[in-house]
Design a protein around this ligand. Structure first.
Ligand code: PLP
Length: 386
C-alpha cells in the first residue's frame, strides 16, 4: 500500500535543514575541522553529572508533574531573578520543557492558527520556520543585514502598517544564532515601545543569555511582561544539550494555555535530567569558566578572521561569528563553504542556510578548542593565499 500521499499537506513545505544537508555533504572529507556545530565542545560539569547519577540511584524514574519538579521551578525562577531581574512565580509562571526546542514548539502550537503571520528578524535560526509552517502560519522576515544584524523598531512599525492584526507573534533571539549579535537594554526598550501597542505575543528565545560578553543580557520581558514568552534552557550555558532541559517563563494566563500543549506533547521533561538541572542552576562556577573560554576564543577568532579580510559582525554573544566573504572571492556562500571544506579542510555553515538575508556570509562556530581554531585559521589563510 502506498501511503506517501496521505501525509499532511503541510509537511510538503518542510525541507531537511540546510545545515544538516551541508554537514552531510562535507562530513566524509578526511581530517576536516568542523566549525559548524551549534553545541558546546565542553562536557557537562561533574557535579551536574553526579546529581543525575544520584537521581537514578534514588529511583527518580517516575513522571514529575507536567510543569516540572517544584525544586527545579524554584531554582529556575530564582536564577531569572538574580541574573536578569525577571520575577516569575514558580507555581504558575514557569514550565520545564524538553529543551528549548519543545518550549518553542509548544508555545507556537498554542498561539498560531492558519493564516497568522509571524515576524522574524533574519538571517535567523532555522528551527522556527518549519514549526510555524506546520501550524499553517506564515513567516515575514525582517532583513537585518543592512543594520549590523540588529532589528530596528521602524521595521516592526512598517510590518504592522502593512499586515496589521494578521501578525500574531514576533520572535526575537538575542544573543543571536547565527550572527552573534545582541541587543542592549536601550535598543530593546525602543522595540518594546512599538510592540506594546500591538496585540502580539513576543517569543523571546534567550538560550544564549548566559553567553553575553559585552553587556549583561537584557530581556524584552522586563518591558513587556504581559506579552512575552521567554524561552531558555541549559543546553548552551551548561553544556547539557543531550539532557534536554529547557524552560518557558511567562505570566500565568499564558503558561496556563501553553501547558495544555506541553502535556500532550511530552507529559513532562525527563525526571533524571530535572534533578541534574537543579544542581546546574545552583552552581554557576563551571558555566562561568566555559564562558571565559568562549570569550578568549571569540577574541582570537575575530582578530584572525578580520586580519584575513572577513568583515565580522559585532560578536556580543552566543558562540558564532557571522563573517562576510571578502568581495574579491565568490559571493555564493554555499559554493564558498564547499570550496573551503574541500580545499582547506575547514567546514563552516553557508549564510544562505539562515535565509536569503544571510547570503554572502558564513557562520563560524567557536564551540571548538583553541587548538582547532588556530589550525583552522592557518588553513583558511593558506586557502586565501592560493
Ligand atoms: C537559537 C536557538 N534556539 C533554540 C535552540 C535549541 O536548543 P535546545 O537544545 O535546548 O533544544 C538552539 C540550538 O541550537 C538555538 O540555537
Amino acid at each position: 500500500m502506498n501511503l506517501s500521499n496521505r501525509f499532511s499537506p503541510r509537511l510538503s513545505r518542510i525541507e531537511v535543514s540546510k545545515i544538516r544537508r551541508f554537514d552531510q555533504q562535507i562530513s566524509s572529507i578526511p581530517n576536516i575541522i568542523k566549525l559548524t556545530l551549534g553545541e558546546p565542545d565542553f562536557q557537562t560539569p561533574a557535579p551536574v553529572k553526579e546529581a543525575g547519577i544520584e537521581a537514578i540511584k534514588a529511583d527518580y524514574s517516575h513522571y514529575t508533574g507536567m510543569r516540572g519538579l517544584e525544586q527545579l521551578r524554584e531554582a529556575a525562577c530564582l536564577y531569572q531573578k538574580k541574573r536578569y531581574g525577571l520575577i516569575y512565580d514558580p507555581e504558575t509562571e514557569v514550565l520545564t520543557t524538553v529543551g528549548a526546542t519543545e518550549a518553542i514548539a509548544a508555545s507556537l502550537m498554542a498561539i498560531l492558527e492558519e493564516g497568522d503571520k509571524v515576524l522574524i528578524p533574519a538571517p535567523a535560526y532555522s528551527g522556527y520556520q518549519s514549526l510555524i509552517e506546520l501550524a499553517g502560519a506564515e513567516l515575514i522576515f525582517l532583513d537585518t543585514s543592512e543594520t549590523d544584524f540588529l532589528c530596528q523598531p521602524e521595521q516592526f512599525e512598517k510590518a504592522f502598517e502593512q499586515y496589521g492584526s494578521k501578525i500574531k507573534a514576533v520572535i526575537l533571539n538575542y544573543p543571536n544564532n547565527p550572527t552573534g549579535t545582541a541587543l542592549s537594554r536601550e535598543q530593546l526598550k525602543k522595540i518594546a515601545d512599538v510592540l506594546k501597542k500591538q496585540p502580539v505575543f513576543v517569543l523571546s528565545d534567550e538560550v544564549y543569555a548566559e553567553l553575553s560578553y559585552t553587556f549583561i543580557h537584557a530581556s524584552i520581558a522586563s518591558y513587556l511582561p504581559e506579552q512575552t514568552i521567554v524561552v531558555s534552557g541549559l543546553s548552551k550555558s551548561h553544556a547539557m544539550t543531550g539532557w534536554r532541559i529547557g524552560f518557558i517563563f511567562a505570566q500565568k494566563q499564558l503558561i496556563d494555555e501553553i501547558v495544555k500543549v506541553h502535556q500532550y506533547l511530552v507529559t513532562a521533561a525527563t525526571t533524571i535530567s530535572q534533578k541534574a538541572a537543579i544542581e546546574a542552576l545552583s552552581n554557576m562556577e563551571d558555566s562561568e569558566k566555559m564562558k571565559e573560554h568562549y570569550r578568549q576564543r571569540r577574541d582570537y577568532l575575530t582578530a584572525r578572521l578580520r586580519a584575513l579580510g572577513f568583515a565580522v559582525s559585532q560578536p556580543d554573544g552566543a558562540f558564532y561569528l557571522f563573517c562576510k566573504i571578502p568581495d574579491k572571492l565568490q559571493n555564493d556562500s554555499w559554493q564558498f563553504c564547499l570550496d573551503l571544506a574541500e580545499k582547506a579542510k575547514v567546514a563552516c555553515i553557508p549564510g544562505i542556510a539562515f535565509g536569503q538575508e544571510g547570503e554572502g556570509y558564513i557562520r563560524v562556530s567557536y564551540a571548538s578548542s583553541m587548538e582547532q581554531l588556530q589550525e583552522a585559521c592557518s588553513r583558511i589563510e593558506g586557502f586565501l593565499m592560493k
